[in-house]
Structures are given as structure tokens and as C-alpha cells.
Design a binder for this molecule. Sequence first.
Ligand SMILES: NC(=O)c1ccc[n+]([C@@H]2O[C@H](COP(=O)([O-])OP(=O)(O)OC[C@H]3O[C@@H](n4cnc5c(N)ncnc54)[C@H](OP(=O)(O)O)[C@@H]3O)[C@@H](O)[C@H]2O)c1
Length: 468
Amino acid sequence: MNEIGLIGLAVMGQNLALNIARKGYSVSVFNRTPEKAQEFMQNKVKDEQIKPYYDIKSFVESLKRPRKIILMVKAGKPVDDVIQELLPYLDKGDLIIDGGNSYFKDTSRRIKELEEKGILYLGMGVSGGEAGALHGPSLMPGGTQDAYEMVKDVLLKIAAQTEAGPCCTYVGNDSAGHFVKMVHNGIEYAIMQAIAEVYDVLRKVLKLSPEEIGEIFEKWNNGELNSFLMEISYKIMKYKDKETGKYLVDLILDEAEQKGTGKWTSQTSLDLGIPTPSLNLAVEARSLSFFKEERVQLAKRVTKIYPEIDIDKEKIIKDLENALLFSVFASFSQGLWVISEASKVFEYNIDLSEVLRIWKGGCIIRAKILDFLRDIIKENKENVNLLNSEKALSFLMDKIDSIKYITNLAKDFYLPTLVLNSSLDYFLSMIEENLPANLIQAQRDFFGAHTYRRIDKEGIFHTEWEAE
Ligand SMILES: NC(=O)c1ccc[n+]([C@@H]2O[C@H](COP(=O)([O-])OP(=O)(O)OC[C@H]3O[C@@H](n4cnc5c(N)ncnc54)[C@H](OP(=O)(O)O)[C@@H]3O)[C@@H](O)[C@H]2O)c1
């Protein structure tokens, strides 16, 4: 009898199965298309205790009770389909762990539906891609504490290990794990886009080659910007296409795809009423990129008059580094604010400091700056908006001239910098005592009698604007 079952042998499932087996657990695997399971067994599995099954019944029967089954299938309907297939063979007390990028509301529904049948369920965010799954991902499990206790040991062993402990913790109740993973992806979108915008300034304003940009990114990666995304970006810059000998990045079509987690983060933030402009604009930037044909046509129809200015290369590079740090901080800050609000609204009971700790290794947004963010949160556990900290304010104020300069420079060169702009505007909004929302309120009252409040007296007011 095997200790763990895993369904879904695409890239993530294969690597996670190998990781679990290499930590000394016996694993039963199943995949809808049997050829893929065969291929996996032939090409990837060596001495690991992994056994394939070709029908669900014998797969389930091969597992020790209470059974622990990890799903690594495509998010959405496939997860429901697999659960339905499993149900006839499961017993009360068995546990299903959904390790895919499921929408958190689906996870809440599944937890409830399965609880009624006596089946335990964990919604677990898994970050780190293929390599993370194999060598140690960041794991974000949520659900009941009882369910977590059943697989705690194995999860702690297979997760990435850092000096701050294994990158896995019990994230919180209900769909907390998938919620945190969703926001993790929203932050990931924003940081990727901010790096891309900085790259655009380096290549179009400073006219640097990918190799030169790679050198700059590599240097940044040795400093405050040290992170997985910076590291892969410098490696991408230096990579030459085997076929043509050209820099591969120059040959890649500029249409950024998305699977939906970034969009869900924005939709959810809007529902919760928490501002996440950097995360939202990163989604918009991907949407804009998809209108390639229109962009090509429109670019031909306008004349761009470029400024004749002296380029201070060293200054621009330093300001770009600061602007990127500013934007990365703003993106994390917005994402953490959403998580803390959701924790209250959905009663997840999430410990933000723990979330930051488990993002330190294995995952796509692992970064040196996480230690700084943890310091800020430690100062005040209730500090849901990181900007409230003195440390955060001085960090951002130190860099504000750089991001102002870079966003203006980009505009002079007709370059969009949606995430850099929105990070700056987010901060400017948050440090502005009087926003022009007074006029918005007046307009709403003018056309819709929506009423307004006043700064000089208490009460709710309406004005007959034209009659007066
Ligand atoms: N790729 C990444 O870097 C990454 C990172 C973190 C999280 N994730 C999440 O992890 C999960 C797995 O990702 P992935 O990239 O490895 O694979 P994927 O392309 O998202 O999903 C493919 C897997 O799902 C199975 N599947 C699809 N529809 C099914 C159905 N109706 N019934 C049963 N099985 C079905 C496929 O089986 P067949 O072989 O039969 O088609 C295959 O095993 C996803 O939720 C993904 O979003 C992915």
C-alpha cells in the first residue's frame, strides 16, 4: 500500500511525484491519458517508489487509509470531474489536496460539498514551476487544521528549505491557501511587468543590447533587487538562439498570455474595495500587448518626435533600479493589503508574516525584499497597509525622485510604463491629504442626487445644483 496518491501527470504533477518519492514516501500515480503515465514511468522514474495505476478504482485501493490524494490537474471543471470520479471509492476521513491554481471560491465550495460527505479537503497553492515542484516548491495549504495535520510532515519535507524554515505553513481556514496563491500570482504579474518596463527604457532610451541589459540585471540581482525574477531576467537577456545566433528575447513575439490568476486578483481586490493599481495595470498591460496588429498599424500613423536630450547613462541606470524597487515594494504592499482584508472578510485567520516567510524559497516571487517586508509587519502585526510604517515611507521617499524621473523620461520617449506609473500614483494617492474626490462627489450629487458629506459640518447633504 502506498502513502500518497497523485493525479495529473503534466509537468507539475510529474515533478511533485518525484519530489515526494525522493523524500522517502511511496506514491501511486494516475493520469487521465494513460500513455502519459507510461511515458513518465519509462523516462523519468528510476529508483523512486512510484507506481502507476490505469483505473481510478485500483489507484484508490492502492493507498493506505486514511487516503491522501493530491490533484495536479488543470484548474476549473477538471478538478470537479476528478473529484466525482474519486468519490465512489473514497471513505470518510480520506483527504483530497488540490495543488492546482484553482479559483478560491471553487475551493470554498468543494470544501463544503466534501465536508458533507465526510471527506477532508485542502486547497493548496504550489509555486515554483517545474523546478520548484521537483526540488522544493513554496506550498500554501488552506482548509481545516485537521486536514493539514494529516499531511503536514510530507509537505514540510517536500517544500523548499530556507534559513527561515520550510516554505510551507498552514495558511488558514477554508480557501485561504488558494487565495494567497492567487494574490501571489497577482504580485508576480506586477513585478514581471515592472521589470519589462525597465527593460524597455534600457533598450529604447539607452539603446543597450540584451547582453548589456543582462549585465545590469545581473548586477542588480546581487543587490537589493535580488530575486528569482531578476535572476531569470538576466539569464534570458544573455541567452542566444541556437538556430540564428541572435538574442532569443529579440525574436519572441510581444504578446503576453495569461491563465487568469492575475485577473482574479484584480477582480477580487475590486470586490473587496482594496486598491491594487499596480497589480491591475499588469493585467491590462498583458491585454494591451495582445493587440499587436492594431499597434503595428497605429504606430505607422503617428509621428513621434523624440527629445534631443543629453543622456546620463549612469544616472538613468541608478534611477531605473530605484524605480523598480519602488514598484516591487508597492506591488507587495498592495497584495498584502488584499490578503489581510480577505483574511478578515472570509475569516481565514492568515498570519501575513508567515505568508512572507513561505515565499522566501521555492516560489516565483522569492526576493530579498521579503525580509524587509517581514520586518515592517513584525513592528506591528495589525499593520495591514505597509505604508503606515516609517521604514516603508522612508524607503519609498528615498526613491520617489527616481521613479518620477523615469516615468517622465519614458513618456518623453512615448514608452508606456503602466506598472511603474500606477505604483507611483498609488503612493501619491496614499500620501495626499486632499484628493479631488470632492468634485466626484459633487458630480454624483448633481446628476444622481447621490448626496455628499461636508468637511465643515456633520450630516448627509444634497444640493439642487441648477436650481440654485
Ligand atoms: N505549470 C506551472 O508552472 C504551474 C505552477 C503552479 C501551479 N500550476 C497549476 O498546477 C496545475 C497543473 O499544472 P500543469 O501545468 O502541470 O498542467 P495543466 O496543463 O494545467 O493540466 C494538465 C493535467 O490536467 C489533466 N486534466 C485536464 N483535464 C482533465 C480532466 N477533465 N480530467 C482529468 N484530468 C484532466 C491532464 O490530463 P491529460 O494528460 O489526460 O490531458 C494533465 O494531467 C494547474 O492547476 C496549474 O495552474 C502550474
